[in-house]
Design a binder for this molecule. Structure first.
Ligand SMILES: NC(=O)c1ccc[n+]([C@@H]2O[C@H](COP(=O)([O-])OP(=O)(O)OC[C@H]3O[C@@H](n4cnc5c(N)ncnc54)[C@H](O)[C@@H]3O)[C@@H](O)[C@H]2O)c1
Length: 271
């Protein structure tokens, strides 16, 4: 039997009332950590925390806009008040909505994405890293996207923010390493976070673009993310862990592929 990996540890997971963040928070809780469900949607954050507690875990729900310094400070204070320390910070909160062509955008659109997805990570790390350093170390995990290295149409600001997330991750890894704080990022692929919004035809077409043949689930991202906070990842910092079913390694999109999957040998043809 393996020991729960995070017993006695405290993890803040931002944007964890729903989606990928919720799966990460639940995974930490199931492995013994006390978790802070920190989300703009306070009602769902509290409900998620209550559900974790009902299942025998430790959790509190906190309402926060991670783009606002004073709210981030209050979230950190609340965590210290409840649990006395912070071992893990997962900067997962992000906005993926509002696709617009660049030529129809305005400054408020740009500011919204850069604040919610990138400045937020500066604000949380600036508050949490000093506490981790004084406690002898910790682990920070920043949620990036394939958009950091390849562009989505209609998402110039989102992609710019995620490029910034990866640069921030590398910079913090260097500056915080001497204090025992490891900083890594995770690149989720096409993750279905709201199955109730699924459209079967669109999903089928999308699945054909993923080398592993399916869209990912929040649980697919939770395992690798939590691994980064474990002892097994003790020598990892400044890394980018890609969890995308193989999407980013494709050169040609399946629509224009000259050697499609249908050309691959059947099992009995393999020599
Ligand atoms: N789902 C994907 O396919 C995918 C792919 C690549 C990267 N990501 C990244 O993963 C992260 C989670 O995405 P998701 O798909 O689970 O999204 P989601 O919309 O399902 O969940 C995001 C959560 O963040 C919260 N949130 C939004 N703005 C916030 C703010 N200002 N302060 C605090 N909380 C806030 C929302 O309330 C929500 O609970 C994001 O950073 C996103 O960019 C997702």
């Amino acid at each position: 039997m393996m020991e729960p990996r995070f017993t006695g540890q405290v993890a803040i997971v931002t944007g964890s009332a729903h989606g990928i963040g919720e799966a990460i928070a639940r995974r930490f809780a199931s492995e013994g950590a006390a978790v802070v469900i920190a989300d703009l949607d306070e009602q769902s954050a509290v409900a998620t925390a209550q559900d974790i507690v009902a299942g025998g875990g430790q959790a509190i729900g906190v309402g926060v806009d991670v783009g606002k310094a004073e709210e981030v400070a209050a979230m950190v204070d609340r965590t210290i008040e409840a649990y006395g320390k912070i071992d893990v910070l997962v900067n997962n909160a992000g906005d993926v909505t509002i696709s617009k062509h660049f030529l129809t955008t305005d400054e408020a659109w740009w500011d919204h994405f850069l604040t919610t997805n990138l400045k937020s990570m500066y604000l949380t790390c600036r508050r949490v890293a000093p506490l981790m350093a004084k406690a002898g170390g910790g682990c920070i995990i920043n949620m990036s996207s394939g958009g950091a290295t390849k562009s989505h149409r209609g998402m110039v600001a989102y992609d710019a923010s995620k490029g910034g997330v990866e640069a921030l991750t590398r910079g913090l890894a260097l500056e915080l390493a001497p204090y025992g704080i490891r900083v890594n990022s995770v690149v989720p692929g096409l993750i279905v976070t709201r199955p109730e919004h699924a459209e079967p035809l669109a999903d089928e077409r999308r699945n054909q673009t993923v080398p592993l043949g399916r869209g990912g689930t929040p649980a697919d991202v939770a395992g690798p993310s939590v691994f980064l906070a474990s002892k097994d990842a003790a020598y990892m910092t400044g890394s980018t862990l890609v969890v995308d079913g193989g999407v980013l390694v494709q050169q040609r999109s399946p629509q224009v592929e000259i050697f499609p999957v249908s050309y691959y040998p059947a099992i009995e043809e393999i020599v």
